[in-house]
Design a protein around this ligand. Sequence first.
Ligand code: F6R
Length: 244
Amino acid sequence: MVKIIKAKDYNEMSRKAANIISAQVIMKPDCVLGLATGSSPLGTYAQLIDWYNKGDIDFSQTKSVNLDEYRGLSHDNDQSYYYFMHENFFKHINIDLANTHVPNGTETDAAKACAAHEAVIQELGGIDLQLLGLGNNGHIGFNEPGEAFEKETHCVDLAESTIQANSRFFEKIEDVPTQAYTMGIKSIMMAKKILIIVSGEAKADAVNKAFFGPVVPQVPASILQMHPDVTLVADEAALSKCPL
Ligand code: F6R
């Protein structure tokens, strides 16, 4: 059963999501957070930073693993997810950088990079709370429609629609990497708790299919219906096509 929390708008969604993450860190200071990039979690990270600055939350013992990274982008490329995490979250809080783990996009040996990321997750004892965004096409991480549900961290070719969607962050579409390393559906489903945040009307179809449609690989997020502890925090626009 997916627990659905309705928010008025993006800001309220972000606050509610930050509340859940903050509760996790307070209850278990040395927890392992699974983190995401993209537009969806920016407000959540900003809220957590604000609470950190007010002294309400302490990340000194917290560990993190990230969902995905473009293959071939260097750490100082401002479109790499490594850079994103540092700029938008890590450098503003007291997390120990040695405890943060983004798949290594600079490692061009895909099998090596993916095995190393999966090994980190195992060594940390698994993910306590995994934060996810939802792609317009129903993807989670970079698990595109049609991917097998049972994969761990692996290298993927990005769907044309994802390249299009992500091109807004690059100067020209040719600059968007065509491959990424991503935690697989299996790695995501192994997390003890999952928090998925969705905002905006453009995602309304994807939300409806993912949480009210059949569980099928064509809608990767639909597998979340099978997870025992999933919370969806979405705003009214994102929930507008759901039979609620
Ligand atoms: C990001 C990720 C992606 C995004 C998704 C939504 O680490 O894994 O699955 O969560 O593409 O992106 P935004 O939030 O930019 O709409």
